[in-house]
Design a protein around this ligand. Structure first.
Ligand code: UD1
Ligand code: UDP
Length: 353
């Protein structure tokens, strides 16, 4: 079987690392990797291929930046060309980025079956570009790999046929379990005035936060007002917007460049709490037993909120500062995301399709 995988953004490299490792161990399936180029800085792309041993992409389309319609359209065109040449048996996409949607659309139009890993997530906020990407991708897909029962229920309520949906668990949990022993302290860590176990790890990159000066200013002010030491590996989009809007972070906020996954896991394992608007980082806080406040008004990972691991604070200065000062973890740490064999189950299903 010839599997063609489309990836392009940071979290997709991490998810793909788990599945590609399983694929590489089998001789009944061969993988062709297409990198759209959506993320292109070394520390947003190459670092993950190097440290997670992801096979080098067979095709690199070099399509990143620009407005969403243009990016998605150009990626669709580029992927279609590769599909026509490679004629794969199945196409695999991850998550909810523009690269995900472009891959799914290119394949369905050529009648190539689509497999979607991380299917069925919903924030029910249609203003998020990711929400549109995930809904459309799910409705185009033939094999929907859901990480949780809630995701399965969401797909059922949208009328997607049961037999297409497979509850396999979350490949990001597979990654957390596989890589935690390889976690690495960043070289710069000891140069900061922060101690192991004594800092909040923050990330900010959602368009709704970064592109709205009021939201971005409120988040930075809330982190500053908490007076906790904050370590903030900053997405390039957010750094650009801070400069553009002239927002000056308080002195307790330590901004660093984006880090590789192994350093990120170390930062997650050694922090006191997490503040984030990232989907993946919300779950990783839970995987590593840390309390999390989410800098959004809703989340597609609702089970983290109902189980008490995550608190939604939005882009609200005082809620951020107060919740950061008071957050703690619940006593119970349930298994919400499967048994760390999601990638194996996914590949087994794909091979039987
Ligand atoms: C994208 C995904 C989002 C995902 C995130 C992961 C969409 C709609 N959004 O958001 O779902 O959570 O990736 O990080 O697909 N930039 C650089 N260097 C890079 C990458 C980006 O400078 O390597 C800058 C560019 O100015 C670019 C901007 O960041 O225009 C935004 O990048 P883009 O990929 O459009 O969106 P993300 O916010 O990264
Ligand atoms: N991540 C990383 N380095 C960073 C920030 C995040 O390796 O500087 C990892 C993080 O551990 C998680 C993934 O990137 O596995 C999440 O990606 P991101 O927050 O960009 O996207 P989202 O999950 O919101 O789609």
């Amino acid at each position: 079987m010839k599997l063609l995988t489309v990836i392009g953004a940071r979290p997709q490299f991490i998810k793909a690392a788990t599945v590609s490792r399983v694929v590489a161990e089998r001789d009944d399936i061969r993988e062709i990797i297409v990198h759209t180029g959506q993320h292109y800085d070394k520390n947003m792309s190459d670092v993950f291929f190097e440290e997670l041993a992801i096979p080098k992409p067979d095709y690199h389309l070099g399509i990143g930046g620009g407005p969403h319609g243009q990016m998605t359209g150009r990626q669709l065109e580029g992927i279609e060309e590769v599909l026509l040449k490679e004629k794969p048996d199945i196409l695999l996409v991850y998550g909810d980025t523009n690269s995900t949607l472009a891959g799914a659309l290119a394949a369905v139009k050529l009648h190539i079956p689509v497999a979607h890993v991380e299917a069925g997530l919903r924030s029910y906020n249609r203003k998020m570009p990711e929400e549109i990407n995930r809904v459309l991708t799910d409705h185009a897909a033939d094999h929907l790999f859901a990480p949780t029962q809630i995701a399965v229920d969401n797909l059922e309520s949208e009328g997607i046929a049961d037999e297409k949906v497979h509850l396999v668990g979350d490949v990001m949990y597979d990654a957390a379990v596989f890589y935690r022993d390889l976690a690495r302290k960043p070289d710069w860590f000891d140069t900061l005035p922060v101690s192991e176990g004594g800092y909040v790890l923050a990330t900010i990159h959602r368009a709704e936060n970064t592109d709205d000066p009021k939201h971005l200013a409120a988040i930075i002010a809330g982190l500053g007002a908490s007076e906790k030491a904050i370590v903030l590996p900053l997405h390039p989009r957010t750094r650009m917007r801070l400069n553009e809007f002239g927002i000056e972070p308080a002195s307790n906020i330590h901004i660093v460049d984006p880090v590789g996954y192994l350093e990120m896991v170390w930062l997650e394992m050694n922090c006191s709490a997490v503040a984030t608007d990232s989907g993946g980082v919300q779950k990783e806080a839970f995987f590593h037993g840390k309390p999390c406040i989410t800098l959004r008004g809703e989340t597609e990972w609702g089970e983290l909120v109902t189980s008490g691991w995550n608190r939604l604070v939005g882009a609200e200065r005082s809620a951020i500062a107060t919740m950061l000062t008071n957050c703690s973890v619940p006593e119970k740490h349930e298994a919400l995301y499967g048994d760390s064999n999601a990638a194996l189950k996914t590949v087994n299903k794909i091979c039987k399709s």
